[in-house]
Design a protein around this ligand. Structure first.
Ligand SMILES: Nc1ncnc2c1ncn2[C@@H]1O[C@H](COP(=O)(O)OP(=O)(O)O)[C@@H](O)[C@H]1O
Ligand SMILES: [Mg+2]
Length: 275
């Protein structure tokens, strides 16, 4: 069941290339405006930040402050009205396999008429590897995400947590260097959510992937993040970016009881919720 249960399976080719200057994503003065005239709605304005290669960068903020819009722009699904976004130094102009997105709504992200194995296989770029190597990679990913026993099942036969594992495994099959996650655990019960948090941390550390993780849960952001950026609304803007000085590996009990965890939670709560 545990992604953490599998070790020593990361081959050298799975270790991603790092950006030369250590910056994976650079957002410079990004603004997003929908509509014109009286219909004009500025979602966010003048947002600038860097995400370092290999870090878990969390973005928190209330509903409607533009988190999903910002993530879509980083993915290349949408262009900012002004400003620019660079991935490893090159402007983001279109979606790329190097930047995989995990959506909250796993039900819509999976193909219901395909088995778990076939859904994960979809992540592999057609023609990039032999059929045999593709199957071996899918098997590795299924084991890593705790899905080995569910390989021949259909999504509707799985719990929400297992379906979300399938979406994560499919994204990893793309061999991304950046994983973009939009409230991926928001629809799951608290216990499933905590185990997936730990499995995600273990997995991205082993695969060396940079993560941008969006949540509206302050504690989830602190628990996962190397840094947490807090956004305010109307228009969306950066309120703070905090370094999270909590040791890794993190632990659901002791990390959440640490003075650093509580101090950061107070800070973010005052800024974002009290905002
Ligand atoms: N295509 C669109 N046209 C008009 N408004 C949009 C569009 N997409 C998003 N918005 C608006 O942008 C704001 C931010 O949306 P979103 O990025 O989904 O916020 P969040 O993910 O933080 O809840 C919302 O007010 C939403 O209505
Ligand atoms: Mg959203």
């Amino acid at each position: 069941m545990q992604m953490t249960g599998q070790t020593g399976q990361t081959d050298a080719t799975a270790v991603p290339r790092r950006a030369q200057d250590g910056v994976a994503i650079r957002v410079r003065g990004a603004s997003m405006v929908f509509g014109t005239g009286p219909q004009r709605h500025c979602v966010f304005e003048g947002i600038s930040f860097d995400v370092r290669s290999g870090e878990v960068f969390c973005i928190v903020g209330g509903s409607g402050c533009g988190k999903t819009t910002l993530l879509r722009q980083i993915a290349g699904l949408q262009r900012p009205t002004s400003g620019e976004i660079l991935f490893e130094g090159a402007p983001v102009t279109a979606p790329s396999r190097e930047r995989a997105i995990v959506f909250q709504d796993y039900g819509r992200a999976l193909l219901p008429w395909r088995t778990v194995r076939a859904n994960v296989r979809l992540g592999i770029s057609p023609g990039s590897v032999s059929r045999q190597d593709a199957e071996a990679e899918v098997t590795r990913l299924l084991a890593m995400t705790g899905l080995a026993a569910a390989a021949e099942k259909y999504p509707s036969e799985l719990s929400g947590g297992m379906q979300q594992r399938v979406q994560i495994a499919r994204c990893l099959a793309q061999r991304p260097r950046l994983l973009l996650m939009d409230e991926p655990f928001g629809a799951l019960d608290a216990m499933t959510r905590q185990s997936l948090q730990d499995e995600l941390l273990d997995l991205v550390a082993r695969e060396g992937i940079t993560v941008i993780f969006i949540t509206h849960d302050l504690e989830e952001a602190i628990y996962l993040g190397d840094r947490v950026m807090g956004l305010g609304a109307n228009p969306g803007r950066i309120l703070t970016t905090l370094d999270i000085a909590l040791a890794r590996p993190r632990h659901q009990l002791t990390t959440r009881e640490a003075a650093e965890f509580i101090a950061r939670r107070h800070q973010l709560h005052q800024l974002i919720v009290g905002h």
